[in-house]
Design a protein around this ligand. Structure first.
Ligand SMILES: NC(=O)c1ccc[n+]([C@@H]2O[C@H](COP(=O)([O-])OP(=O)(O)OC[C@H]3O[C@@H](n4cnc5c(N)ncnc54)[C@H](O)[C@@H]3O)[C@@H](O)[C@H]2O)c1
Length: 339
């Protein structure tokens, strides 16, 4: 299979590395508005067989079956739609889109045209997350009742630049919650389903430009199966930034997930910690696992482990978090089960 990638920024590197190692991928064709980014990628990855300065030209002229979209959020919808209409299968970076209407139209168009749409929810492919889900399902912690997820990151420089798309309302759809909180949201939905309500405070505490969204947000998610979840995200943490932790408490134990090479997953029962022997799996590794899976789905006609509808539900929750913060009250999520 030949793949066309749109956008040669930060996230394109792990995509290019994954495709370079995947034997089912033949040629890669790339496009970016920056000539330098195109040259750099072409020099580094021998599978790159052609470059285009206009993404429409790539979609129409490159000999590709798949389009992979790695651009800022506001471009996901138009680029996905053009690729689907041109008969391509599509992989798109998270979040799926900026609005629910866009996401629904993308999913609907893929279905009507018989094409596949994969959204990059790479954390679903991390071995410790899969194992945590298995442990919960087999009742290892009894009935889960409380989940506390943290993403302590630092994107201060890009967010504090008023001209950078990162964290802007118009090009990114919001700040830390929309950008990275999306990962915590789709993971919480994976463990507990769609929440019925959210309450939240989303603030721009440190970042100055007024066109930027939240840099620190705390949200509470209520699930109908009597689980309470809280998500705290920051894009301005200076010490020990880029730490993610996930704690899940149940009636018979708890699960603790840490993005640390040693003991990334710990099951606690009767106050005794049992570190689970599991591969750590870096961020890059999760991107590779996700892309390999998408390619296998296309080559073997398999159902995907992550569905675009789940990416759409995560978007709905992120938008509800912003609405709850704006209104200063609880927001009920449609289809997220009764009060
Ligand atoms: N899955 C993850 O964990 C993860 C991590 C980082 C970023 N991302 C996502 O990846 C996407 C890109 O983020 P990034 O950090 O790589 O951004 P970036 O700003 O580093 O790169 C974006 C690239 O898109 C290019 N671009 C902009 N407009 C274009 C156009 N019209 N045609 C072609 N190229 C165009 C830019 O020149 C730039 O090279 C976002 O959706 C982001 O949320 C995902």
């Amino acid at each position: 299979m030949n793949i066309g990638i749109i956008g040669m920024g930060g996230i394109a590197s792990p995509h290019l590395s994954a495709y370079s190692l995947n034997r089912k991928v033949g040629g890669i064709y790339i496009t970016d508005v920056s000539e330098r980014a195109l040259r750099d990628a072409q020099d580094k990855y021998p599978k790159v067989r052609g470059t285009f300065q206009d993404y429409r030209q790539l979609i129409e002229e490159a000999p590709i079956e798949i389009v992979d979209i790695c651009t800022p959020h506001y471009l996901h919808y138009p680029m996905v739609m053009e690729a689907l209409r041109a008969g391509k299968d599509v992989i798109c970076e998270k979040p799926i889109a900026m609005t629910l209407e866009e996401a629904d139209e993308m999913i609907d168009t893929a279905r009507k045209r018989g094409r596949r749409l994969f959204i990059m929810m790479n954390q679903r492919f991390m071995p410790y997350h899969k194992e945590a889900k298995r442990l919960i399902n087999e009742g290892a912690i009894g009935r889960p009742f409380l989940a506390i997820f943290h993403i302590m990151g630092n994107e201060f420089i890009r967010m504090n630049d008023p001209n950078h798309w990162k964290g802007s309302w118009d090009k990114a759809g919001g700040g830390a919650m929309f950008d990275t909180g999306y990962h915590a949201v789709y993971m919480m939905l994976y463990f507990f389903g769609k929440p019925q309500a959210v309450t939240a405070v989303a603030k721009r505490l440190i970042v100055e430009p007024e066109n930027k969204g939240d840099d620190n947000t705390v949200a509470i998610l209520e699930f109908d199966n009597n689980v309470l979840g809280t998500i705290a995200v920051s894009y301005t943490v200076l010490s020990e930034s880029w730490k993610e932790t996930r704690h899940i408490y149940g009636t018979e134990g708890s699960i603790h997930i840490r993005d640390e090479v040693s003991e990334p997953l710990i099951l606690v029962k009767d106050d005794n910690p049992f570190p689970i022997d599991i591969e750590f799996g870096s961020f890059e590794d999760s991107i590779k696992r996700a892309l390999d899976h998408f390619i296998d789905c296309l080559s073997d006609g398999k159902e995907a482990e992550v569905r675009a509808e789940e990416a759409r539900d995560a978007l709905e929750v992120c938008l509800a978090i912003y609405e709850a913060s704006r209104r200063g009250e609880k927001v009920i999520i449609k289809g997220g089960v009764k009060e």
